[in-house]
Design a protein around this ligand. Structure first.
Ligand code: C5P
Length: 286
């Protein structure tokens, strides 16, 4: 199993994003560069992130005429990104042009083409929003329709919400790559995400990649948070040199001194949320 964590670098400046990326590169699968970071940091931030050795997911959700999208995908391919996004609403000609552009641009170099992912229905949209646009049948039906359109046009991956993983996996089989935001470790707050799954639940449901932002970028120790998430999915995903010394099953909270019983992940990572003082504690450094 590959490291499935894609850290969403939704940070206010390219400098901050790069600093965090340098710290996290050994323990993540990829970094996501969204519109905010790309508009502030440009292609240069993508090149610098690639320089950390990590994969880059350039999430610009392209939607335009086929020729324009194809040229943009060519440019993203030249930048060396491993994943990028288009809106499935662009229709078959645009989706096929995007997939072909990625393949054609890498064929000469005999390199792996970037995974062009289709975004179906944004999670900010509901049945009413779709009805206003003249689309009946509701979100689920539309997600499935667009997902089939995208794979039928030759795309190999989709961005989907945690609620859609099982349905899409069942309908589209094992080959399609599913990339899922809306992930929250059991101990994290939901922020503005409404229907979340834990990392282990999302992988169990059939996700290939997990897009995780604030539970990592907003953590007191982002690298330790990432290692904790990896461990909760599969302890073997934690690179050997990054495995902390395990701590005992019963410890006194390093912050308030109350006696606590820890689960296997908490013991292995030395991190836990203390229900008595309501703090996230890193025991080893506490
Ligand atoms: O901080 P958080 O883990 O919520 O970040 C999730 C990332 O995934 C953000 O970059 C957000 O824009 C993106 N995303 C999402 N929900 C979607 C699509 C993308 O949260 N439906």
């Amino acid at each position: 199993m590959n490291n499935p964590i894609i850290v969403a670098l939704d940070l206010p400046s390219p400098q901050k994003a790069l600093k965090l990326a340098e710290e996290l590169a050994p323990v993540v699968g990829a970094f996501k560069v969204g519109k905010q970071l790309f508009i502030s940091g440009g292609p240069d931030i993508v090149r610098k992130l690639r320089g950390t050795g990590a994969k880059v997911f350039l999430d610009l959700k392209l939607h335009d005429i086929p020729n324009t999208v194809a040229k943009a995908i060519q440019a993203a391919t030249d930048l060396g990104v491993q994943m990028t996004t288009v809106h499935a609403w662009g229709g078959t000609p645009m989706l096929a042009a995007a997939g072909n552009a990625a393949h054609e641009q890498t064929a000469m170099l005999r390199a792996e083409p970037p995974l062009v992912l289709a975004v179906t229905v944004l999670t900010s949209m509901d049945d009413d929003t779709l009805a206003e646009l003249g689309i009946g049948g509701g979100v689920e039906e539309q997600v499935l329709r667009l997902a089939k359109l995208a794979t039928g046009a030759g795309l190999r991956g989709l961005v989907c919400s945690p609620q859609e993983i099982k349905l899409l996996r069942a309908e589209l089989g094992d080959e399609v790559q599913l990339v899922t935001p809306g992930i929250r470790p059991a101990s994290s707050k939901a922020d503005d995400q409404k229907r979340t799954l834990t990392p282990a639940e999302a992988i169990e449901a059939g996700a290939n990649w997990l897009v995780i932002g604030r539970p990592i970028t907003g953590a007191a120790d982002p690298k330790a948070a990432t290692i904790g998430i990896l461990h909760s999915i599969n302890p073997e995903l934690v690179p050997e040199g990054e495995r902390p010394e395990p701590i005992p099953e019963v410890v006194d909270c390093a912050e308030c001194g109350q006696s606590l019983k820890l689960d296997a992940t908490e013991q292995a990572t030395g991190r836990y949320h203390c229900p008595y003082c309501d703090k996230d504690v890193v025991h080893n450094s506490g």
